[in-house]
Design a protein around this ligand. Structure first.
Ligand SMILES: Cc1cc2nc3c(=O)[nH]c(=O)nc-3n(C[C@H](O)[C@H](O)[C@H](O)COP(=O)(O)OP(=O)(O)OC[C@H]3O[C@@H](n4cnc5c(N)ncnc54)[C@H](O)[C@@H]3O)c2cc1C
Length: 313
């Protein structure tokens, strides 16, 4: 080996970390980089993911700023509501908060494909080898980078006695739906508390029909010992997604606001998509009468179909 530019690097995993590492190495003049990905085909899997300004900075320095802006939503603000839908706190995000780089809410799968395209353009079509799982540390390379996710084989090889990840006690059920933009069209909502929380935000610019792709996530504390780690695509009933009192609180909150006509009512209607995971028996009509965005409709349709788009993460 004569210098960094002649180094041979192998990366395990063509996820966001592995592909970004390949682009960063290339930008640093290290071009003999091969990314080995275990799956046979890279698909745009996942739903919403948030890139905070420090991460966006790295991607912009890699020349990906325009592609990110086309693909994601530059998040403008974050609002916390209590389980009754009353506003607790709002704050600006990204550039609106004074950062030099935006925060992007983006579809994880679209981000992945964006990175994959850039890797193939810059490092060549053969830079990503599919169907190639790295399980051992001895390779014909100067450096092996383990970017193979939370159940990393590289890490297991490095620390064989360590054991797997320890569940923290939260389960997140996630999905997407198309709906009309709510609030600024670049707003993120968090509704609930430590025990149960809904997180809702748009992850793509509005389409020609005026709708945009909206991410929703339902998080709650649970006994996760029964959830097999690594199986992120389990069908599940509505009653398991939200504890019963969460749905009750949301239904009650809607009625309270409708009676009082308080200003927060307009905002909680935007919070409907997450609550729509439990939208049953006439909730849709209540929401409609109050002029809410049609996000809940889309969610309700999806859930009526048996949670085909939901998965635990
Ligand atoms: C299918 C999927 C969907 C996701 N959806 C979301 C989402 O909607 N929202 C969100 O916030 N986060 C999501 N995540 C998690 C998020 O992408 C990651 O936590 C984060 O981006 C860190 O990325 P990573 O590249 O380190 O790991 P990952 O994104 O987990 O990527 C790891 C990659 O390594 C590959 N791999 C695993 N073992 C090996 C091996 N031994 N050899 C070679 N390759 C290997 C995997 O197939 C995978 O492509 C998702 C992850 C995955 C894998």
């Amino acid at each position: 080996m004569t210098g960094p530019s002649s180094m041979r690097v192998i990366i395990a995993g063509a996820g966001i970390a592995g592909l970004t590492a390949a682009l960063s190495l290339h930008a640093a003049g290290i071009t003999d980089v091969t990314v080995h990905e275990a799956v046979e085909e890279i698909q745009p899997l996942g739903v919403g993911i948030n890139l905070l300004p420090h991460a966006v900075r790295e991607l912009m320095e890699l020349g990906l700023g325009d592609r990110l802006a086309e693909t994601g939503v530059a998040t403008a603000d974050l609002t916390f509501l209590n389980p009754r839908g009353q506003r607790i706190w709002s704050e600006p995000r990204g550039r609106a908060a004074g950062y030099r780089w935006p925060q992007y809410s983006i579809h994880r799968g679209r981000l992945l494909l964006l990175l994959l395209d850039a890797v193939r353009e810059r490092l060549g079509p053969g830079a990503v080898v599919l169907g190639s799982r790295i399980t051992a540390l001895d390779h014909d390379a100067d450096l092996l980078i383990g970017a193979d996710g939370i159940l990393s084989d590289v890490r297991r090889a490095m620390f064989p006695g360590e054991g797997g990840p320890v569940p923290g006690g939260d389960v997140l059920w996630r999905g997407t739906t198309y709906g009309r933009p709510f609030m600024t069209g670049r707003s993120m909502l968090m509704i609930g508390d430590r025990g149960q929380k809904l997180v809702i935000y748009p992850i793509a610019p509005p389409s020609e029909d005026g709708t945009q792709l909206i991410n929703w996530a339902v998080q709650h504390r649970t006994d996760v010992r029964g959830v097999p780690t690594g199986d992120w695509n389990q069908p599940i009933g509505v009653s398991k997604v939200l504890p019963p009192r969460a749905g009750l609180a949301l239904r009650r909150a809607r009625r309270v606001r409708a009676r009082r006509g308080c200003r927060a009512g307009a905002r909680i209607s935007a919070g409907g998509p997450g609550s729509a995971a439990v939208l049953v028996e006439g909730e849709r009509d209540v929401t409609r009468r109050r002029g809410a965005p049609d996000v809940p409709d889309g969610l309700q349709r999806r859930h009526a179909g048996g949670h085909r788009r939901a998965g635990a993460a």
